[in-house]
Design a protein around this ligand. Structure first.
Ligand SMILES: C[S@@+](CC[C@H](N)C(=O)[O-])C[C@H]1O[C@@H](n2cnc3c(N)ncnc32)[C@H](O)[C@@H]1O
Length: 318
């Protein structure tokens, strides 16, 4: 297994060459369903139904589970799609997939879907999360990536879509998670007592909770870090602007989005896997924070972009 390399192959066949229990953390974003054409035979995302798409991804993530160390984590970014009619392109009575957040790229809207009504949100992220959970993954969290600068949409009968999911999935119930590495600044409200107590209702001896022996011990509201700042455990809504990329790979992660996945999920000198590496964002962030990476990407053009980024952004780390 060569570290700090992007393998040009299909993700499933690439993953099969990796040893069991060897990877600390996987951070990845598969192609969204029926959203864009990445210009390669064998690409995932163009399956005729959402169900077949989920089946294919479940197969891929089963291999990811095998190669993860027992205390490893998977951070899986995934967006949704709507079933809708194609105005001006054929019959309006036919049902097609449309992207829920039309970011960029060559949008594919040609599938006729029988299981969904026009305008239905398919619910792809949770279809995938539940499929992985039933395979044995622990579904630990649905982190919301809230985009302060979403793509404008012309809809007037629902709100503009401005979020995607990052699911935190784990191989075991206990796993590596460095919460201190990603703690966030807390607004100190002036109280001297840094511990939060339950209200009197729950602390006096004769309440129902006390009688039921429910744990009412103190929980920490905030703490101070080494620089003396008040900090708190990171929340699960992450406000991160999208950033267009000069090299124009479709749907590249913002570096700021995945930095915390890598800091919390992988120790220094550990290995981060991205089996849909695209333009190499996971590799760049991993190297910036002294982690190794292994990438897999089907389209050689994107690997060229990734190598250029790695070279330009951190040549000295390569
Ligand atoms: C959403 S993009 C990933 C973008 C990446 N996170 C970044 O920051 O640039 C998905 C990528 O998966 C690749 N891909 C599609 N099918 C694949 C397959 N079967 N095996 C490996 N890569 C595949 C596409 O070429 C595309 O680059």
């Amino acid at each position: 297994m060569e570290l700090n390399k992007i393998y040009n192959c299909d993700c499933l066949s690439g993953l099969k060459t990796l040893p069991d229990n060897s990877i600390d953390c996987c951070v990845t974003s598969p192609p969204y369903y029926a959203l864009r054409d990445y210009g390669c035979d064998g690409q995932i995302g163009l399956e005729p139904t959402p169900e077949l798409y989920i089946e294919k991804l479940a197969e891929v993530f089963e291999e990811v589970r095998r190669v993860l160390k027992p205390d490893g984590t998977l951070w899986l970014n995934i967006g949704d799609s709507y079933a809708g009619s194609l105005k001006g392109k054929g019959s309006n009575s036919e049902k097609y997939m449309q992207p829920a957040a039309s970011n960029i790229g060559d949008i594919i809207t040609t599938y006729n879907l029988s299981n969904y009504k026009n305008k239905d949100l398919i619910g792809i992220p949770f279809m995938l999360a539940f499929a992985l959970r039933s395979q044995g993954w622990y579904l630990r969290q649905d982190i919301i990536w809230a985009k302060p600068n979403p793509m404008p949409e012309s809809v007037t009968d629902r709100c503009t879509k401005s979020h995607e999911y990052i699911f935190l999935l784990t191989k075991s119930a206990n796993y590596y998670f460095d919460n201190k590495a990603i703690e966030e600044l807390a607004a100190y409200d002036g109280r001297h007592n840094l511990n939060r107590y339950g209200s009197d209702k729950y602390r006096t001896g004769d309440t129902g909770l006390q009688q039921q022996n429910i744990n009412v011990k103190t929980t920490e509201r905030w703490r101070t870090n080494d620089s003396g700042n008040f900090v708190r455990n990171k929340r699960d809504v992450w406000f991160v602007p999208t950033k267009p990329m000069k090299e124009a790979h479709f749907a590249a992660f913002p570096q700021a989005l995945i930095k915390d996945c890598i800091l919390a999920g992988c120790p220094e000198n550990g290995i981060v896997l991205d089996c849909f590496m695209g333009s190499g964002t996971t590799a760049v962030v991993a190297r910036k924070f002294y982690r190794n990476y292994i990438g897999i990407e089907l389209n050689p053009k994107y690997i060229k972009i990734a190598e250029k980024r790695l070279n330009n952004e951190l040549g000295m780390f390569l």
